[in-house]
Ligand binder design. Sequence first.
Ligand SMILES: [Zn+2]
Ligand SMILES: [Zn+2]
Ligand SMILES: [Zn+2]
Ligand SMILES: [Zn+2]
Ligand SMILES: [Zn+2]
Ligand SMILES: [Zn+2]
Length: 359
Amino acid sequence: MVTTRTGSRTAIPALGHTFGEWAEITPSTCENEGLRQHTCEVCGTIESENLDPHGHDWENDFTVDLEATCTQDGSQSIHCKNCNAVTDSQVIPATGHSYGDWSTTKEASCDTTGSREKVCSACGDTIAEEIPALGHAWNENPTIDKAATCTDSGSQSIHCARCDSTKDNETIPLLGHDWSSTPTVEKVATCIEDGTESTHCTRCDVVKEGSEQVIPKTGHKYGAWKTTKAATEIAAGQKTRTCSVCGHAEKQTIAMLKPTLPAVKITTPIAAKKAATIKWKKVSKANQKKIATIQIQYSLDKTFKTGVKTVTAKRTAASKKITKLKSKKTYYVRVRAYKKSGGAVHVSKWSAVKKVKAK
Ligand SMILES: [Zn+2]
Ligand SMILES: [Zn+2]
Ligand SMILES: [Zn+2]
Ligand SMILES: [Zn+2]
Ligand SMILES: [Zn+2]
Ligand SMILES: [Zn+2]
């Protein structure tokens, strides 16, 4: 017989059971009732009693139930320490991609597009995009592609600072020659040879037509005459002067000195067999003191340039015989006074020339 505690306590005589200790038959959970019983030791009556659910014992911190990704939300909730129940469930928003910096995969040029991409460090997702062509970077000033010269035109254009492209090509007019204001010496004039000079272009050095001119030779620049051989009464002397520029030496004869002794007067010679006696007027006593000897010259040449023979006679003499003459030949004869004093030679003027034909 089983009764409930709230049953018919008033209907049963109050003899009273003698129950033992409660025994837990079904433990209570967070949400369900449990059951306990105890048994009367006398009559074996079993009395049951429900146990109240003990309710959830929640954790303090959230538990992540689903991790959020770059593109999908996750979730978290408060879990019960004792059962699988959860509460306060929350959304964890998607993180979004974590892209790194752009990296160029193909460089753009002036006229071609490039490309670049960036990668999510979390999920590896890649975004690629085009880099537009850069367009030319035209220089502000033109570049001379070919310089103009005196005789040829040149060209210039605007260059791209980045590539080889050009635009606005223009011709640079030829320059024409720039004639120097001072002539260029082609060949230096010397003492004895003319030089030449002409007008050149300062830029290309070409010679201007018809500009060649003669530079007159300078002539020697002689120093003073120097006597190399002094003139005497019987022989000419010589002098020399030297050009200070080229070293050329010019020689000149110094005329013989004027005779200083009294003249000897020749008279008519007397012919003989292959001989002749040359005669003159005897020198006066006073004049004899001034001279040393009488010189007699004879030659077949009336100018006395070739084959000249000279003999002497005493200053007191008035004639001299010359021998070994050629028969039938006309000889020319002349006489003079002669004296040597120290180093100097003194003579008189030659006498007149007489002819004599040897027999
Ligand atoms: Zn009992
Ligand atoms: Zn629980
Ligand atoms: Zn990502
Ligand atoms: Zn370019
Ligand atoms: Zn020129
Ligand atoms: Zn000279």
